[in-house]
Design a binder for this molecule. Sequence first.
Ligand code: SAM
Length: 210
Amino acid sequence: MLADKVGKQLGRPTYSLTGWLVTKFLKWHNGILEQNAVKLSNIQPVDTVLELGHGPGLGLQAASKLLTGPKGKLLGVDYSVYMHQMASELMKEQIAKGRVILHCCDLAAMPIAENSVDKVFHCNCYYFWPDLNAGASAIHRVMKPGGIMVTTLNLDSVIKAASMKILSGENWRPEVYMEALQSSGFKDVQMKSKRDKFVTFQAIFATAVK
Ligand SMILES: C[S@@+](CC[C@H](N)C(=O)[O-])C[C@H]1O[C@@H](n2cnc3c(N)ncnc32)[C@H](O)[C@@H]1O
């Protein structure tokens, strides 16, 4: 019961006591994963970068600091109204300058042009997608040929969350997501273990082929 409630809030935080607590947890626990997803995406100043399921916005903040070129652009997609509003507040100056655009919608329906994004990153997000093939295809559609997708996760924590029934089904398994990436047109799909500030985490990389 509680596990189900927490799982639902992690998957789509709402304005509620549990949603507020979950958001505190995301900010406290996931900064390292967000910063490393940005770092591993090898963002160039003129890139167009997309974060999926940005939550409170820590990754957006880190990525926007690297997009210093005149054409550098940052996009974000999250279907939680609560997270969209929190991240919009955090990024309001960049949004006002037109350098950041946040969409409050399901990633399967993101209003982003085909072949327009150089780098896509996401953290702690794919486990909540009901259909990983649809999710991977939606990412592939918006990416430029040769574009890089990076997702970071703490596999130990994910396994624990699945054993506690906070995550349901099998979509949390990295190999299931990696298979979906491969069958949606990505190549060089691989997972590597990394370490930062005494934290071990995993990063999945994929290159869009068109
Ligand atoms: C566990 S939170 C992670 C937030 C942040 N990336 C972090 O690591 O702290 C998952 C986020 O992904 C969003 N999300 C999950 N599935 C989504 C979907 N299909 N489309 C858009 N956003 C989604 C949720 O609303 C939530 O904000």
